[in-house]
Write a protein that binds this ligand. Structure first.
Ligand code: TXA
Ligand code: MG
Length: 364
């Protein structure tokens, strides 16, 4: 059964954290807020409890979890042979939305790392998550608290949507919306130079400064194409997917983007499909001038001028698309700068790589 407890995000009530920590100690599951998305956690050192995370999510068994620690002082409980650079980066970035891939300690069960000899570790910058780890007295292994393949949860309601009908012993700490709305940046520091496995709120520009080295950015980190499984186990699976078909429209030039969005909408309306738009406020103002468009259902993604607003509501936008009862969502692409890279990675994957680009049009 899913028990839900409301908790103040900035000043969590000790008795509620205490109650959740009892779930952790007895090998049950806790859904908890982090600064990125909600996580579905269990005691890292309890392999059987961690297996229950995979069962509850329907997660493929070869996709490892992230271990959450209360701070850098706990790092040697879960990782060994830690490179100097990783320690100096963690000192500056934690607590925060940066996950490091490190050589695993033998104490971490194989269930957590899906049989790998590396472990993903981060210290989350959310008072509820940090208190939960401290009071439980153990690092907490947790992927995002969605059912496998669904958009990650950024509200407690998303977790309830996915798990309310399940027969699992689970408590959900409802602390309202998460802060960033997209999952942590993942960097593999066992490789030299380090490799970006997933872009997130900790931006590539910030990483380059922090590491003071080159950072390898594979195509799959931009959400273009499938990942090398050996490098990034989780990236081969369909992710963030709404049930409704989704197309992403991308152009570097803004006027061309408006035109291509309009042409794409008209094209699919001509095919007698029911279309919804996922666009920024600025773009909605432009497109609403066209009578063939201004009657269509619209999900406002946030402000193009402030991509953090887009990140914060992105997964909620994808979940809402499924509630509109349309055949197709057409989404606006944004610039791959700062947190924009993380947003485009999620949008492209959510579309199953169905991307319409400006140059495609000029070629035809
Ligand atoms: O922000 C976040 O990262 C959230 C919160 C709860 O911390 N967690 C999260 O976990 O989003 P999730 O569902 O994305 O799963 C963990 C990711 C997967 O993509 C997995 O492949 C990757 O981390 N990962 C875990 N261990 C790994 C390893 N040893 N090598 C490479 N990738 C790893
Ligand atoms: Mg996930």
């Amino acid at each position: 059964m899913l028990k839900v407890r409301k908790v103040d995000p900035l000043n969590p009530d000790y008795s509620i954290i205490r109650e959740a920590s009892e779930y952790v100690k007895r090998g049950s599951l806790v859904a908890f807020p982090t600064e990125t998305v909600y996580g579905l956690g269990a005691d890292t050192f309890n392999g059987e409890a961690c297996l229950n995370i995979f069962r509850a999510k329907g997660r493929p068994p070869d996709n490892p979890l992230i271990v959450h620690i209360s701070g850098i002082n706990e790092l040697d409980r879960v990782a060994i042979d830690i490179p100097e650079i990783a320690i100096s980066v963690a000192r500056k970035a934690w607590p925060g939305p940066l996950t490091l891939i490190l050589p695993k300690s033998p104490d971490v069960p194989m269930e957590v790392t899906a049989g790998r000899n590396t472990v993903a570790v981060r210290s989350p910058a959310h008072p509820v998550a940090l208190e939960l780890i401290k009071v439980s007295g153990t690092p907490i292994a947790a992927p995002s608290a969605n059912k496998s393949g669904r958009p990650s949860p950024t509200l407690a309601e998303h977790v309830i949507e996915d798990y309310a009908n399940d027969d699992v012993d689970m408590i959900l700490l409802d602390a309202g919306p998460t802060f960033f709305g997209v999952e942590s940046t993942i960097v593999d520091v066992t490789r030299n130079p380090p490799v970006l496995l997933r872009p997130g709120p900790f931006t590539l520009e910030e990483l380059r400064k922090l590491f003071n080295t080159e950072i390898v950015v594979p195509e799959f980190a931009k959400g273009l194409g499938e990942a090398d499984v050996a490098l990034a186990p989780g990236m081969k699976y369909r992710h963030y997917a709404p049930r409704t078909k989704l197309i992403v429209v991308e152009c570097e030039d803004y006027d061309s983007l408006i035109k291509l969005l309009r042409d794409t909408v008209i094209d699919y309306l001509g095919k007698k499909l029911r279309v919804a738009l996922l666009i920024t406020k600025e773009t909605a103002n432009e497109l609403m001038k066209y009578p063939e468009i201004n009657e269509l259902p619209v999900i406002i993604l946030g402000y193009r001028g402030n991509p953090y607003t887009i990140a914060a509501s992105l997964f909620d936008s994808l979940r809402n698309l499924d509630k509109l009862n349309v055949d197709l969502g057409i989404a606006e692409g944004i610039e791959e700068r700062g947190i924009g890279l993380a947003i485009m990675n999620r949008l492209r994957k959510a579309s199953g790589f169905f991307i319409v680009k400006c140059k495609d049009v000029s070629n035809t």
